[in-house]
Design a protein around this ligand. Structure first.
Ligand SMILES: [Zn+2]
Ligand SMILES: [Zn+2]
Length: 166
């Protein structure tokens, strides 16, 4: 979504509220699958010529469980603040922490997507106590026990097992 910055860009101290939905249906190249539009709420404030964008994000994503590989939906909530500056062609004092925009418009999609990627947890479980797949037969143990020998959880039993054989 391209945001028109005209209402705040030339007025120091001016504030603009944001409450938008961003559609990332086509964000497959990020490896993320969004189940519904991302909600973005926040403010855009002109401070001394720079714009400060503070916002909260709510998203619903689909992942595969790390243990049992079943797909799961996970809500993500995050917050971020970014400093936005107008691209000044020829200026060499660029602030590496700032985001530069051209003209009076800002592409919100990249900013929001980047913040989601940065803040997403790296582990995804369908539930806290997901039992995962049986290493022997591959059955999803959340759906019930399989007929394989029970898998010991204490590593000391592994030694016993290998001594006794199968
Ligand atoms: Zn699972
Ligand atoms: Zn099994």
């Amino acid at each position: 979504m391209i945001l028109d910055l005209t209402p705040v860009v030339n007025f120091e101290g001016k504030k603009m509220d944001l409450d938008v939905q961003l559609d990332f249906k086509n964000a497959e190249d990020t490896g993320l699958k969004f189940l519904k539009p991302v909600s973005l709420k926040g403010t855009l404030l002109n401070i001394g010529g720079s714009l400060e964008l503070s916002a909260s994000i709510v998203a619903l994503l689909e992942f595969d469980c790390d243990r049992c590989c079943e797909s799961l939906s996970e809500e993500f909530e995050g917050e971020f603040t970014e400093i936005l500056r107008k691209e000044d062609i020829g200026a060499d004092d660029k602030n590496p922490d700032a985001i530069y925009y051209q003209g009076n418009s800002l592409d919100l999609d990249d900013i929001v997507l980047n913040n989601i990627i940065l803040q997403l947890p790296s582990k995804h479980l369908c539930r806290e106590d997901c039992k995962g797949l049986c290493p022997t037969c591959g059955k999803n143990l959340n759906l019930g026990e399989c007929d394989c020998e029970s898998t010991p959880t204490d590593p000391r039993f592994d030694v016993l097992d290998s001594l006794l054989g199968d």
